[in-house]
Design a protein around this ligand. Structure first.
Ligand SMILES: C[S@@+](CC[C@H](N)C(=O)[O-])C[C@H]1O[C@@H](n2cnc3c(N)ncnc32)[C@H](O)[C@@H]1O
Length: 233
């Protein structure tokens, strides 16, 4: 009998489906906040002209497409591990190549393969939220060139209002398989001091955290924690 291989179900298969069918434009703006409607924008990343940029957990690559179209980087790598998200991103924005590269990969593997080549890495509720920070943050530090920076938007508290964790442990959050079955996945919803500690352990310096308040009410509203850190040199 041949070898049977099993692949983990794509828990991001359903994410963003409604919008992807109707809105195919390159977004005219880039936001960090949970509501995607206010607050600081790409200036937080510094001048991107001629820079090598990576979006970790890019989803359908809307943020990366905006940067590629409006900020003159040398390259933006939109990295996502979900086959569904990668396929949608390719359908929406493949025409922005070669400035935009849409890459199907786990973020940690991608970072290990690009050691010392990136100027700017960022994540908007992306891979930083869903990957063990003790694996991802050191890999990000190693992937950055001297002077490079990592910026990420993450939840300032759990959805529903429970506080962020004071330790480096993940929370199990609900998810759905492509077939619609219920599942769970890990999400790291950590207090600001915990992110600062983990970034310091990974070798980052000049670490700052800011809370961007929710712009709406309701059970799915959330404050955003915007975290900035720099390569040690
Ligand atoms: C909440 S979505 C955010 C997508 C996008 N950043 C946005 O703002 O629309 C999280 C994304 O992170 C991706 N992701 C999570 N962990 C990842 C990892 N370790 N490597 C690559 N992608 C990852 C998922 O596949 C998913 O597309």
């Amino acid at each position: 009998m041949g070898r049977v291989t099993t692949r983990a179900p794509d828990l991001w298969h359903h994410y963003g489906r409604t919008r992807d069918g109707s809105d195919r434009a390159v977004p005219p703006a880039f936001y960090w906040n949970w509501g995607q409607d206010a607050g600081p924008g790409p200036e937080v990343l510094g001048d991107l002209t001629g820079r090598h940029v990576g979006d970790l957990g890019a989803g359908t690559a809307r943020h990366a497409a905006h940067l590629a179209a409006h900020h003159r980087p040398a390259r933006v790598a939109a990295v996502d591990a979900s086959p569904a998200q990668h396929a949608t991103a390719t359908g929406l924005y493949a025409h922005l190549a070669p400035r935009l590269r849409i890459i199907a990969s786990d973020a940690v593997s991608h970072l290990h393969a690009t050691t010392g080549t990136c100027d700017v890495l960022y994540s908007v509720f992306g891979a930083v939220d869903f990957t063990d920070p003790r694996e991802l943050l050191p890999a990000a530090a190693a992937a950055l060139r001297p002077g490079g920076r990592l910026v990420f938007a993450t939840l300032a508290h759990h959805l529903g209002g429970a506080p962020a964790r004071p330790d480096a442990r993940p929370t199990d959050v609900p998810a759905r398989t492509p077939d619609g079955e219920t599942a769970t996945m890990h999400r790291w919803v950590l207090q600001a001091h915990m992110w600062t500690e983990l970034l310091g352990e990974a070798g980052f310096t000049r670490i700052t955290t800011d809370v961007l308040p929710a712009t709406t009410g309701g059970p799915r509203a959330a404050d955003t924690l915007l975290v900035r850190a720099h390569h040690p040199s």
